[in-house]
Design a protein around this ligand. Structure first.
Ligand SMILES: Nc1ncnc2c1ncn2[C@@H]1O[C@H](COP(=O)(O)OP(=O)(O)OP(=O)(O)O)[C@@H](O)[C@H]1O
Ligand SMILES: [Mg+2]
Length: 235
């Protein structure tokens, strides 16, 4: 579904991604783990068209999408839930969900998809008229994910969905990630919570200072001494 080959991305002089290659197959959950500043968000931003790579290719469903405008990439079926959620705080929950569907014209189906989002996230239904800026962190994460789903993505990019959430909410968010995937959406998941990420993912890539240093199945990485020591607190 997605094939990234030898991607180089710069911010001015800062070489943030150095020859990154990876692939995601249809139906998979693939996780990208790595420390602060490794380049994880940079990769997702490049995939969704927010950053242009200096070189390298991105093939998505056999289309070359590197450097294409973000709105074309959303239209092609890639939705990005950015780090820190970025909901529109002065708009209600429901208005945020409606905005997620801004490229769609099928208003009946949009309404029925909003109801589906409420089934997945009952908290959002209770708060549908509430201003998004007043939601808790976990609720904002649910809203950001719900808004992304409203575009009916084939590939969902999630940037640290568990960041700053209490353990129970982290568990809920990961359960929902698996549920979305069972519904047919392929997922590329950036996480610092390597334990949880490896427990839901099929495969994983480890990124360090802009390079992929290890990749394998989630099961292989969970057993690797190097990964255990560096990312799993030794367990
Ligand atoms: N707008 C920017 N201008 C300059 N440098 C940037 C910019 N955004 C990111 N960087 C740099 O690029 C590198 C990769 O950043 P990135 O945000 O991709 O890391 P990350 O792996 O997502 O880290 P974190 O886990 O802390 O979110 C870092 O060294 C960062 O300082
Ligand atoms: Mg980041």
């Amino acid at each position: 579904m997605l094939k990234v080959d030898q991607l180089d991305v710069f911010y001015g002089n800062i070489h943030a991604l150095k020859g990154v290659s990876l692939d995601v197959k249809e139906g998979e959950i693939v996780t990208l783990i790595g420390a602060n500043g490794a380049g994880k968000s940079t990769l997702l931003k490049t995939l969704s068209g927010l950053l242009k790579p200096k070189s390298g290719t991105i093939q998505y469903l056999n289309h070359a999408i590197a450097g294409k405008p973000a709105q074309e990439i959303v239209k092609a079926g890639i939705s990005h839930v950015p780090e820190g959620r970025r909901v529109f705080s002065n708009m209600t929950v429901e208005e945020n969900l409606e905005l997620g569907a801004f490229l769609r014209k099928d208003s009946k189906e949009i309404q029925s998809d909003i109801q589906k989002v409420y089934q997945t996230f009952p908290r959002l239904l209770e708060r549908r008229k509430q201003l998004s800026g007043t939601l808790s962190g976990g609720e904002q994460q649910m809203l950001a994910m719900g808004r992304a789903i409203m575009a009916r993505p084939k590939l969902l990019l999630l940037d640290e969905p568990s960041m700053g959430l209490a353990p129970l909410m982290v568990k809920t968010i990961f359960e929902i990630i698996e549920e979305i995937n069972r519904g047919g959406t392929t997922i590329l998941l950036v996480e610092q919570n390597a334990h949880m990420a490896l427990s839901v993912a099929n495969r994983a890539y480890v990124i360090e200072t802009g390079r992929v240093i290890v990749s394998g199945t989630a099961a292989e990485l969970k057993e690797s001494e190097e990964i255990k020591n560096a990312y799993l607190g030794g367990h």
